[in-house]
Design a protein around this ligand. Structure first.
Ligand code: NAD
Ligand code: UDP
Length: 320
């Protein structure tokens, strides 16, 4: 296959590029570096099967030659308002990547009769009132709350993807990604794993927002990427949750990271919430992924954190 991956210079996009190349496919990576970095793709530069196009997906996308699949991953993804990479600091760009970017990427798929896969998110469930979250749950989202620029852009993107499937017959896939972490996450994008790992490696106290009893379910990147590949090759056009069903409180995550890194500095509970409508509980029901894709995650939280630490240490020793 010849595959277009938008958001290629980001955390997940760069791992996707690697996976497709390792399976013998040709990859065109596209990114405008708004939250991603050229260094995430530097090791692919000499690969004859890899080409890179610097482009904002919110503008019309032109790809020379035929493509067989389009994976649309371009979007800011961190909710942290303390980071310049947080989507609340890039609100219009976030809505445009989800709306105009999805429209343009679907257009490429339609013109090429290619498969299309949308990177959707557990955020479309909002602060969920059903737990764990199954794909048939419609969600609990404030359409103009602080997180809405991201949540509603992704909900629109899902609706547009289904419209292209139903009306134009495009072979579409929708993956609802739950919190994923691993090497090449941006150290400064403010998400919980990079924040905690950076603090722990510097032997500083970990900052917990709220009471720390809010939960997330953390998936290691190799598990996620495997699930996405299986979904693309499947016949499933309905949304599929991909994530790790092991649920932890944010406090438990902090304690685990301090234990693994032997950080004696402890935890600071900030009390105030970082952002309104912080989801209180989040865990994927992965029955659909198990049944349809034969997929389930293999890497435990402790293993995944261990695998991620060397990357963080290396990045922290460099200053680019
Ligand atoms: P990331 O910020 O590392 O990667 C996003 C990439 O998209 C960056 O390289 C950025 O420069 C690029 N981009 C953003 N807007 C663009 C535009 N207009 N044109 C071209 N490129 C653009 O974040 P990530 O964690 O790798 O997330 C990738 C995708 O997966 C996003 O769509 C995100 O919503 C989705 N997702 C991620 C998670 C997770 O836990 N990592 C969870 C749910 C959904
Ligand atoms: N969080 C925290 N300390 C931090 C960063 C995040 O306690 O330094 C909390 C945040 O308030 C949220 C959870 O960790 O409840 C997950 O945050 P993240 O930014 O990783 O993503 P989200 O799942 O909220 O989109």
């Amino acid at each position: 296959m010849r595959v277009l991956i938008t958001g290629a210079a980001g955390f997940l996009g760069s791992h996707l590029c690697e996976l497709f190349l390792s399976k013998g496919h040709q990859v065109i990576g596209m990114d405008n570096f708004i939250t991603g970095h050229a260094r995430n793709l530097a090791h692919l530069a000499g690969n004859p099967d890899f080409t890179f196009i610097r482009h904002d997906v919110s503008d019309f996308i032109f790809v020379p030659g035929h493509v067989d699949a389009v994976l649309h991953f371009a979007s800011p993804a961190s909710p942290n308002p303390a980071s310049p990479y947080g989507y609340t600091n890039l609100p219009i760009q976030t809505m445009k990547a989800g709306a105009l970017g999805t429209h343009n990427a679907l257009g490429v798929a339609r013109a090429n009769k290619a498969r299309f896969l949308l990177a959707s998110t557990s955020e479309i469930y909002g602060d969920p009132q059903v737990h764990p979250q199954r794909e048939d749950y419609w969600g609990h989202v404030d359409p103009n709350g602080e997180r809405s620029v991201y949540d509603e852009a992704k909900r629109f993107a899902e609706a547009l993807t289904m419209a292209y499937h139903r009306f134009h017959g495009v072979e579409t896939r929708i993956v609802r990604i739950f919190n994923t972490y691993g090497p090449r996450m941006d150290l400064n994008d403010g998400r919980v794993v990079p924040n905690f790992l950076k603090q722990a490696i510097e032997k500083k106290p970990l900052t917990v927002y709220g009471d720390g009893q809010q939960t997330r379910s953390f998936c290691y990147v190799s598990d996620l990427i495997d699930g996405i590949y299986r979904l693309l090759l499947s016949d499933e056009h309905n949304p599929v949750n991909i994530g790790n069903p092991t649920e932890n409180t944010v406090m438990e995550l902090a304690e685990e990271i301090n234990r693994i890194t032997e950080n004696p500095a402890g935890i600071i509970v900030k009390k105030e919430l970082r952002l309104g409508h912080d989801p209180q509980r989040r865990r994927p029901d992965i029955t659909r992924a198990k049944t349809i894709l034969g997929w389930e995650p293999k890497v435990s939280l402790a293993e995944g954190i261990q695998k991620t630490i060397p990357y963080f240490k290396e990045r922290m020793s460099q200053d680019d």
